[in-house]
Design a binder for this molecule. Structure first.
Ligand code: PSU
Ligand code: MN
Length: 304
């Protein structure tokens, strides 16, 4: 198979592509900027194992010395987990990182772009970026949303995190024509908790049906992604009101410290983790695992 010449595809992933085996793409900003060490590396490896346990091949995506890596070695994952110099690379940064031979981790947006170049249709993450609270003043809207409107990849996440304005994030996705599916739920999950108070467009109860929707959407030449929202398992869920208070506190801190732009999401994640004394991190790890398992199931049916 002839793929884009900027890509380095890991042999396991290449073999899966050639044999049309199910593959699940995984992002890497969560490793470099989404979690502290050593939970970041442990989680990255565990999530890959979860994909394998569910009979699909993991392809963690990042940029190493300007090469777009589809599938990482454990050493490369370790580099992303431990090196403070690793940059967060979104759509706007990609071409520069490649031509300047930089290394960086990929956000949901840039992971979608690279997955699409590698012909990988299903991608699991924790949470997507969205419309931030106060965006009417700051204009802070993640490039992830725009990417979902244009790149043909299914993104499995645990809903929108309350560090965002959930209502505005849904409105934005509606404007952009991005279908939002609730897996076994008619209410949009709110990342740390299974409920947000907002409804999804469609509740779908089987991975098979989701795979058929993907095939149909792209068969109809309707460009863009599909967002699958998968609630965190009940036992790991955190209380919505408690989380909201932690998030409010984190946002006030971020304001005081004048954090803006690409720094804001990592800052809020680590502040919330501090305020909840690590509870949010445990929930984060569990929900990613849950998303990886569902993504593997969707990927399997996608090839049927
Ligand atoms: N939400 C999380 N954990 C993360 C991110 C979001 O719970 O690690 C990362 C993802 O890589 C996402 C990015 O694509 O943050 C969004 O950043 P921004 O808001 O700057 O677009
Ligand atoms: Mn932003």
């Amino acid at each position: 198979m002839k793929l884009n010449s900027y890509l380095d595809v890991h042999p396991d992933v290449e073999n899966a592509l050639n044999r049309k085996l199910p593959i699940v793409a995984l992002e890497s900003t969560i490793i470099s900027h989404g979690m502290p060490y050593p939970e970041n590396i442990e989680t990255a490896l565990m999530v890959e194992d979860t994909v394998r346990a569910n009979k699909a091949i993991p392809a963690t995506i990042a940029i190493i010395n300007g090469r777009l890596k589809v599938g990482l070695t454990n050493k490369e994952i370790e580099l992303l987990a431990t090196n403070d110099e690793v940059r967060k690379i979104s759509r706007r940064d990609l071409a520069i990182a490649v031509s300047q031979k930089l290394s960086g981790s990929t956000t949901v947006a840039s992971t979608m772009i690279i997955a699409n170049l590698a012909k990988i249709a299903v991608f699991a993450t924790g949470g997507i970026g969205g419309v931030h609270r106060g965006a009417e003043k700051t204009f802070d809207i993640s490039a992830d949303l725009e990417e979902l409107s244009r790149t043909n990849v299914c993104v499995v996440c645990a809903g929108a995190k309350a560090i965002l304005d959930i209502g505005l994030t849904l409105e934005y996705l509606e404007t952009k024509g991005v279908p939002i599916i609730g897996y076994k739920t008619s209410e949009l999950p709110a990342f740390y908790s299974s409920k947000s108070g907002f409804n999804v467009d469609y509740r779908i109860d089987s991975a098979f049906d989701i795979a058929k929707i993907l095939q149909t959407k792209w068969g109809l030449s309707i460009e863009g992604g599909v967002l699958v929202t998968n609630p965190i398992p009940e036992t790991f869920e955190l209380e919505f009101v408690m989380m909201n208070e932690a998030i409010n506190e984190a946002i006030i801190e971020a304001d005081k410290e004048k954090i803006t732009g690409k720094e804001i999401t990592p800052y809020l994640l680590s502040k919330v983790n501090e305020i909840t004394q690590g509870k949010s991190l445990v929930a984060n790890i569990k929900l990613i695992q849950n998303n990886a398992a569902l993504a593997a199931k969707i990927a399997i049916h996608y090839f049927e």
